[in-house]
Write a protein that binds this ligand. Structure first.
Ligand SMILES: [Zn+2]
Ligand SMILES: [Zn+2]
Length: 340
């Protein structure tokens, strides 16, 4: 009989149950991780509400995973061994398509993710491909290291943008990705980082981390132009993924500036392309991260202890429902971690 474990299993729209399930099998090329923490992501909410195009119940979600290797299928002397503290790069690329073959496996035509297309980390154990495991330095706590994945999204956005040291940056949206993007821009030497957000608690957190905060409900356009001598920002990162901020983005960026789409839009947004044209703006999209972005994120977390303040809750796995309920209340939560 297969060994058993506890897991939070997505069973259908708005239904997640704590269940006893088979412990994952260790196929060749895989390692087994005993999960320490797994973060709840916005995309998990999409699955929860039955809106994700690929995720199918029953599924164990969770792609922001840290833990310890407890079993490997690798030969003696391999780089990854039992006892290693690790996180996981959850991207599953096909290796065959044009993007994969031209150095862009992160935007693979058939891109999948651990925790969406295969079982993930909301469980006691998860099995992943050995080459997707990223070691965590000894002095980096495993809860903080859960931020590597979302931070890598921000690192990728900043590295892919036209951003240069000394630039003025505006971030639309002060949720986990917005705040991590602000932290990354500052880490990269921004002269000013402004966060535009609606939630009181998120604004308070952003300002306690030293960022200039603008109320998204109170003429943000005017205030951002005031803060930038009427010129607008060099680079605007849209990290809210909602139509209102998409429209705002092109109004608060300087002439010849850049708008970077980081937030995931669930429905189309109206963007005035005449503004893009007349003001010679550039508009780019960024999606997930490269392996190098992952390593930069690990290094940033080692150097900047304050990043862990993005974590608002650490809940036992049994309270997964509470975690998902809290995710809906931007006033009460930022990054929520579950631990089995
Ligand atoms: Zn995520
Ligand atoms: Zn591919």
């Amino acid at each position: 009989m297969a060994e058993k474990m506890i897991a939070a299993v997505y069973q259908g729209v708005q239904q997640i149950d704590i269940k006893v399930v088979d412990k994952p099998q260790l196929h060749p090329g895989k390692v087994l991780i005993k999960v320490s923490y797994a973060g709840i992501c916005g995309s998990d909410m999409g699955i929860y509400f039955g809106k994700h195009p690929r995720a199918k119940a029953p599924l164990i979600m969770g792609h922001e995973i840290t833990g310890e290797i407890v079993e490997t299928s690798l030969p003696e002397g391999a780089k990854i061994k039992v006892g290693d503290r690790v996180t996981v790069n959850p991207l599953i690329s096909c290796g065959q398509c044009l993007p994969c073959q031209t150095g862009n496996a992160h935007v693979c035509r058939n891109l999948g993710l651990v925790g969406i297309d295969t079982d993930g980390g909301f469980a006691e154990f998860v099995a992943v491909d050995a080459d997707k495991v990223v070691k965590i330095p000894e002095h980096l706590p495993l809860d903080t290291a859960c931020l590597v994945e979302p931070l890598a999204v921000s690192v990728h956005a900043v590295r892919k943008s036209a951003y240069k040291t000394g630039d003025t940056v505006v971030i639309l949206g002060g949720g986990p990705i917005g705040l991590l993007t602000a932290i990354t821009a500052r880490y990269a030497g921004a002269s000013q980082v402004v966060i535009c957000e609606v939630s009181q608690s998120r604004k308070a957190l952003a300002s306690s981390l030293g960022f200039t905060v603008v109320d998204a409900n109170d003429k943000p356009e005017e205030e951002i132009l005031n803060l930038t001598n009427g010129n607008g920002a060099d680079v605007v990162f849209e990290a809210a993924g909602v139509p209102d901020t998409a429209a705002l983005a092109t109004q608060i960026v300087k002439i010849t500036g850049q708008v970077v789409v980081v937030g995931v839009f669930k429905r189309p947004a109206l963007v005035d392309l005449q503004v893009v044209n007349f003001r010679e703006l550039s508009l780019i999209g960024t999606r997930v991260y490269t392996p190098q972005d992952y390593q930069v994120a690990v290094n940033m977390l080692v150097k900047d202890k304050s990043i862990s303040r993005v974590i608002s809750h650490r809940l036992p796995l049994e309270q997964v429902q509470k975690g998902f309920d809290l995710m809906l209340k931007s006033e009460d939560s930022m990054k929520i971690l579950l631990y089995p």
